[in-house]
Design a protein around this ligand. Structure first.
Ligand SMILES: [Zn+2]
Length: 439
């Protein structure tokens, strides 16, 4: 039975690799996700499902307390979803398979071996920005569904597919799906992020904040007498924030999933902008940072600690005391989440993994965030599991095509046992082709 399903997945391998190449060739950075969503809509249709758009509605998102703040325009953006309706939902469980189509920028395109958005195959590796994080995951979940349908499986419970935007900056894409009712209240969710050989049960929250520091511009030649350098001042703010990072990591012992991590809470000054001329003292500097927080911590509490840290640094600095920096929020503001090891989802997905690989997967925590938190907060247990990738967010990001197909094998087995399979004769088929089963 499983052998036949494995063969059905193997038969999709070429279709899956073609889809991966097409997706990686779509440079779906923030604001340019549509090319990838068009591909995913066709892929869902190619599984015999009806793709449905879930647009991002700025007003509806901003009205939800769990949306992350955003300053950019989301008009015209869409998630693409599809539902494979179960035939006996009372006796089957529902499931969401979720992946994000958006990718982070290449970081430094000149350091890549090739163009980050021209997919390149080398042995088992497929190179390209987003190949691992997480287009191969989107492909694996879609390939699993295509294999199940091609082999004639009929599910009892509903299966929901979601290809979402904005996972890398806000998480508002998945939130929009749930607010629209798609997959909301499902019995489980699997996010096919690049988490191979383990299921991710715990994740940190993430806060994006931006510190605006002002200076006094002057000719560089008179900098000492007349200028006040905003970039230098921002450096002193960053020193203070590094102190907060140290404090937060020292608190890891109170958090079960993270006490053995050396450095679970990372402060990343990711973007710095200052000045407009090399011979002018910069008048302004903006320091854009990402900071993690433990599951169970309220993002508001971490925001308060960031603001206090910045205010204290300013109060003890003669330059900054006269020009108090401003802390703004734009992008991620989200809590962490944890799923219990005894959840039926964890046991069933582990069993499916063991059926393919021989041994059960490890159960882990990640020091990153994913959209799993939205499901968990709304009562749907959610874990991450997916293909093997290297250098995500780095140079020469790549994904193992074999692991993508193996992920699809695990998912296909899992979907069949989780949602349940019905072999009952469809109503209407009983009387030899009568289409109205209501007789
Ligand atoms: Zn990801």
């Amino acid at each position: 039975m499983s052998d036949a399903l494995d063969e059905a997945v193997a038969a999709q391998a070429a279709w899956m690799e073609d889809l991966l190449v097409e997706l990686v060739a779509a440079p779906t950075v923030l604001g340019a996700e549509e090319a990838g969503q068009a591909v995913m809509a066709r892929a869902f249709a190619d599984c015999g499902l009806d793709p449905v758009d879930v647009p991002l509605d700025a007003r509806a998102l901003r009205a939800d307390p769990h949306a992350s703040p955003f300053s950019w325009d989301v008009a015209g953006k869409r998630n693409v979803v599809a539902t494979w309706a179960g035939e006996d939902p009372d006796r089957g469980r529902s499931l969401v398979l979720n992946g994000h189509v958006d990718v982070v920028p290449p970081a430094a395109a000149d350091l890549w071996t090739g163009d980050p958005f021209v997919p390149r195959r080398d042995g088992d590796w497929l190179y390209g920005r987003g190949a691992g994080d997480m287009k191969a995951g989107l492909v694996a979940m879609t390939g699993a569904v295509r294999a199940l349908r091609a082999s004639g499986v009929r599910l009892r419970g509903d299966l929901h597919l979601q290809s979402v935007v904005e996972e890398e900056c806000t998480g508002n894409g998945t939130l929009a799906c749930l607010l629209a009712g798609h997959g909301d209240g499902a019995d489980a969710a699997v996010l096919t992020e690049p988490h191979p050989d383990h299921l991710t049960l715990a994740q940190v929250g993430v806060l994006w904040f931006h510190v605006d520091v002002r200076g006094v511009p002057a000719h560089a030649a008179r900098a000492a007498a007349l200028g006040r350098n905003a970039f230098d001042a921002a450096g002193r703010i960053l020193d203070a924030l590094r102190g907060l990072e140290g404090e937060l990591n020292a608190e890891r012992h109170a958090h079960a999933w993270y006490r053995d991590h050396e450095h679970p809470i990372a402060l990343n000054p990711g973007v710095v902008g200052a000045g407009d001329w090399t011979s002018t003292v910069p008048a302004a500097c903006t320091l854009s940072c990402r900071l993690g927080l433990y599951p169970g911590q309220d993002p508001a509490a971490i925001m308060a600690r960031v603001e206090t840290t910045v205010a204290r640094a300013a109060a003890s600095d003669p330059f900054l005391v006269a020009r108090p920096p401003v802390v703004r929020y734009d992008g991620f503001r989200c809590e962490g989440s944890v799923v219990d090891e005894d959840e039926p989802l964890v046991r069933a997905l582990s069993a499916a993994y063991a059926g393919v690989h021989g041994t059960p997967p490890a159960l882990q925590a990640t020091t990153a965030t994913t959209d799993a938190r939205h499901f968990v907060r709304r009562g749907t247990p959610a874990v991450c599991f997916g293909p093997r990738a290297e250098e995500i967010h780095g140079i020469d990001e790549r994904v193992s095509c074999a692991s993508m197909v193996e992920t699809a094998r695990v998912l296909a087995r899992f979907v069949r046992t989780w949602c349940g399979e019905t072999t009952e004769v469809r109503a209407g088929a009983r009387t030899g082709g009568e289409t109205d089963g209501n007789s």
